[in-house]
Design a protein around this ligand. Structure first.
Ligand SMILES: [Zn+2]
Length: 91
C-alpha cells in the first residue's frame, strides 16, 4: 500500500475530510476504496463494522479476518447506515 501521493490528492481533494451527509445530516468521512473511489464512511467505529481504515493513507479496506481487528477499530460504510441512503445515492 502506498502513502497518498500528490496524484491521488489531486484526483480526490476531499480525501480524509469530514462533511455532512445530504441525506440524513450525519457526519461522514471521505476515504478511498480499494477501487480508488471516494466513498463516505461513518467516522465513529462500530463493532458491527466490516471495514478497517488507515487515516495516514486515507483508505479503507474490507476486514477479512475479524479476529485481527478489535471492535473499536471497525468501521462501516455510510451507505450501510444512512436512513436516507436512497436520497443520498441520488446525491
Ligand atoms: Zn446519511
Amino acid at each position: 500500500m502506498m502513502k497518498i501521493g500528490l496524484e491521488t490528492r489531486q484526483k480526490h481533494p476531499n480525501v480524509g475530510k469530514i462533511s455532512t451527509c445530504r441525506g440524513c445530516g450525519a457526519p461522514i468521512l471521505w476515504l478511498i476504496s480499494p477501487k480508488d473511489k471516494l466513498t463516505p464512511i461513518d467516522p465513529a467505529p462500530t463493532a458491527r463494522g466490516n471495514l478497517r481504515i488507515d487515516l495516514d493513507y486515507g483508505v479503507w479496506l474490507m476486514i477479512l479476518n475479524f479476529g485481527e481487528v478489535p471492535p473499536e477499530e471497525r468501521y462501516i460504510s455510510h451507505f450501510a447506515t444512512c436512513p436516507n441512503a436512497k436520497e443520498f445515492r441520488r446525491g
